[in-house]
Design a protein around this ligand. Sequence first.
Ligand SMILES: Nc1ncnc2c1ncn2[C@@H]1O[C@H](COP(=O)(O)OP(=O)(O)OP(=O)(O)O)[C@@H](O)[C@H]1O
Length: 797
Amino acid sequence: MTTWDLPDATGEVAAEQAYLTSLYARLDALRALTAERLADVLRGSGAGGTQQARSERDAAYTAYSDRLGALNAAEQGLCFGRLDLLDGGRRYIGRIGLSADADEDEDAEPPLMDWRAPAARPFYLATAAAPEGVRRRRHIRTADRTVTGLDDEVLDLAVVDPDAHTDLTGEAVLLAALGASRTGRMRDIVTTIQAEQDRVIRAPASGVLVVQGGPGTGKTAVALHRAAYLLYTHREQLSQRGVLIVGPNPTFLRYVGHVLPSLGETGALLATLGELYPGVRATRAEPATTAGLKGRADMAGVVAAALADRQWVPEEALDVVLASGEELTLDRATCLGIRDRARRADGTHNEVRPIVERLVVDALADQVADVIGADVLSTEEMIGSSAVADILAQLGEDVDPVENGNLLDPGDVEEIRRELRDDPGVREAVDRLWPRLTPRRLLSDLYASHERLAAAAPHLSDAERAALHREPGDDWSPADVPLLDEAAELLGEDDRAVRMRIAMAELEERQRVEFAAGAMEIALGSRSIDLEDEDDPEVLMAHDLLDASRLAERHVEGEGLTVAQRAARDRRWAFGHVIVDEAQELSPMAWRLLMRRCPSRSMTLVGDVAQTGALAGSASWARTLAPFVDDRWRLAELTVNYRTPAEVMAVAADVLAALDPPGEPPRSVRDTEGEPWALRVAPAELAAVVGDLAKAESTAVRDGRVGVLVPEARRAELGGTDADLESPVVVLTVAEAKGLEFDSVLVVAPDEIIAESPRGLNDLYVGLTRTTRRLGVVHTADLPAVLGRLVPAPAYS
Ligand SMILES: Nc1ncnc2c1ncn2[C@@H]1O[C@H](COP(=O)(O)OP(=O)(O)OP(=O)(O)O)[C@@H](O)[C@H]1O
């Protein structure tokens, strides 16, 4: 590899600088043009017009504001690579594609190729052994709009450095990226995507793809870049259905939340599982065992049984007191018949309720008709039975009361039915037999009642049923969400309210855009007067127009209209693609929910079954996926660990070997700063020593981040707070640290972490592998045997 740093005598850097400057000029021109077009749309939007004109304007507004967002996001690191081809051609690779001016040769290479375009692919895949038509790969390092250095690889077997890792692309640039301090926010990796990662990112969208990889193999990075790739490659389809990315907890989503916007993509919905039931904020913490129980596959049966239990029949009879004071009775046999017919009917519980209403009214109408009809008959007996028989024949068999031997005409019968339908006593009876239920009501009532739980979940132990107990009105936990969703499926939730909210949001959005357009007119109208004064803040230049659209957005207050936001409000939304990170954590009940959100089964599931912490999580992808796709899923594996240094991975590998089944550790590309160490302290001193060590580590990593990973039971004692990942030291449980990374990690009380959960060894494995540079372990009891490789702490021994 050849590297040019500044100052550079060869002129290579200067040449690239000139090219880069021309690219930024093109970027600026495109921004101005797009902003102008957006302004035109905003100006036009005040005028009203036909429905079609409005929706065309809305579409144009979205397209231009998205484009402007992508152009802005490309500002940093616009161009980062160049391919010199064997045929003499040259390609520049960047965060977005920039096309040539219209008057330039259409067949010429575009000045800048989007990293996701097929022609950019050799930048990530080409090797000396398989150069894919590439002679030289150049990484262009930049800061703001300035070239700061170049790294060249000549893809010629004759000149390959025998010491280099031949399977790493752009090794120097990669190692520089990996060596940078962590900031508490995940960064994109477009400049250094590795070949095995690229294959996953660009894999076909259809079907279920499982990406299994050890800690630090870039699963999260790959998942996010895959989302960006799919949104680019299948823009039309996915811009309508959206991409859902599911992460394990809100802290994690904050950590990864900047990656897609930095790639110019905003069309994905990032959510935890607890956020996937519209209208419910599932934030309640609960014991892992309770969450594990709620996630078990048999809970689907419990929800179904809880509902069946609400479809009630009386022991003997249900008395129905009409508004008139008249008393009727539905006996058990009648109620059983009604219930059976309703259950056999096609539809969900709430959908078939009208059938129950009709059957109840029919049964009661029979009784009323019997009473009234009997009175009528007593006078008509005088007419003689043959006349009665004639009348009966004429009335036909559809008239029930007649079949019962009465002589009411069909109009009378219908009148009786109508009155019954509207009678509060009858409605009460229907409510009793077949209550109208919401998912929350069903679950709330179930959790709150020992009797209901016993009826719906007879196979659970008393202790398990007690764990499910919840007072009505308490918050929901994330593990409740799949159960609510399950209930909604069975009940046929009335989603009118949700659709109303969406319609309202659309209306409001239109008004906001029109308001913004009006405000723009006023501001633009005053421009000619103000133009003389360049400093005048009233002057609106083209780039300010973006702020005008932002202004409109700000008014949205989260009630926007992007596909992602619309999808978030609609329980029945079918996403175009679903990506799950830390997929091993999902319970069988959670999978049921997610599969409903993705009927096309176009999914990417990334995870590591060795890191499973959730008690209802996966130990095997095959077992987890079998109920949904049988064996129709593809497996891709990531094998290189870009995070955890080799010495730390050696310690973690001992833990991995102790797991059942034991796992294969990924290969680390980095070395650590010193050996990972262990320090024993007296229990009474634990908090103080951990505090001191965290400070010392924070100093050691300068502007980097320190993660103190503690047992759940010691979280409060050791200062665990709501995690602000950008603060220099954070104290978290392993579950909270899942998917995150720090420059230095202190694992506290490993024996307690192991003992806290049946999956304690997996948790310890996760904790040890969170570091990019330094690892220390602090313990009060004997060090677990699996950590025998740790050396005594240098400063204290
Ligand atoms: N090709 C790459 N270039 C630069 N950095 C990379 C690359 N691949 C991964 N990384 C970095 O390595 C670190 C680990 O990546 P990531 O968090 O995606 O791994 P993971 O497989 O999800 O890990 P875990 O399972 O432990 O949560 C991140 O800092 C990521 O940015």
